[in-house]
Design a protein around this ligand. Sequence first.
Ligand code: UD1
Length: 423
Amino acid sequence: MHKLAIEGGSPIQGEVAVSGAKNAALPLLAAALLSDEPLTLSNVPRLVDVDTMLGLLAQMGVAIERDGDSVTLDASTIDNPLAPYERVKTMRAAILVLGPLVARAGEAKVSLPGGCAIGARPVDQHIKGLTAMGAEVSVQHGYILATAPKGRDGGRRLSGARLFTDMVTVTGTENLMMAAALAQGETVIENAAREPEVADLAECLNRMGARISGAGSDEIRIQGVARLHGARHRIMPDRIETGTYLCAAAATGGKIRLSGALAASLEAVLDKLAESGCKIAVDGESISLEAPTKLRSVSLRTSPYPAFPTDMQAQFMAVNAVAEGTAVIRETVFENRFMHAVELSRLGADIKIDGNTAVVKGVARLEGATVMATDLRASASLVIAGLAAAGETVIERIYHLDRGYEQLEQKLLALGARVRRLK
Ligand code: UD1
């Protein structure tokens, strides 16, 4: 199992390019299932999660061609509408094939994701929405079995419906929007997730001939069409990767410029970094950050977009660990997303957890130690803390990082960090 060794204690400095967004790439790859014509995506990040999704699609009969950062997917035949447990257990986002499969193939068998390190994360809202669209859904032996109703012509097709999700769910909104694209009639999704990745998916679906409006707001309207055609789409920049590097510069007292970024997608994050005393400048597609001599701690509360993202909570805990003052961090999206706190404490951070609240008292310095990565963003917070800490930090189980950060070591090395992968 790979480990990452970081010799910390010096500022990171320089320029790196932001990769395509993991959380946009995964639903966009699944969207290829909706058409019998090829979908070409560019700016596809090289990540383990992307490989997992491609493997899953290939197993269903989708032909895949990769060329640099582009992937062409041809789903003209879907001969096996199945997402087996082995794939779904390693990546919850595999649930994103459910909506497209029922809509296009008329049936799907997708493993229930089960729990994961950061919480129970059920998929009841995905199921509730598909049921409202006329699908017959049952859960048997750990699998969701879904079938679209038979129309007069004998073909299976979902019907448009008014959908209301009990809570804001990102992949739930994406699944239902993809299903509705091929349904008969109009679907309205209320309480929809407003995340930029939902809007990116809608943009691509519209290029494929879908009729979707309102994506990016909390009410999405979809006029179903009989078929979707091929298209080309460039995946949006990864706002969480962007935020992670900005936090690394902030925590180490560094100076960084990120190119190919989309500042408008991370206003809540930029706002908090400015509050901590960082100087931030946005120039077109580039974001620059210069850390202050004395970083101030910032309190925050995670919520669905456009509020502060849960996927940046762990990184800000690392920043607060070395800032001046005391920060209160409230996690409202997931019930168990503070596992990084104990690992950060191993580096000398002063963190107290009470339910969904963490109180972080900044310390003058962190010291390197061996720590364990528990999930993707928790791992990112350990990298940030390791870069800020004096001496060597060894992060174990870094396969989590490979799921979501393209070329992490190369990018850190380009920023002057002293990192090594231990195999
Ligand atoms: C997506 C992101 C993930 C991010 C999260 C929240 C992808 C691939 N992943 O995950 O990085 O952390 O949004 O911004 O885009 N819930 C239910 N029932 C459901 C669906 C969700 O109870 O049917 C709950 C979840 O347990 C959680 C909350 O709703 O507490 C939000 O989850 P959701 O937005 O669905 O997260 P994901 O889409 O899985």
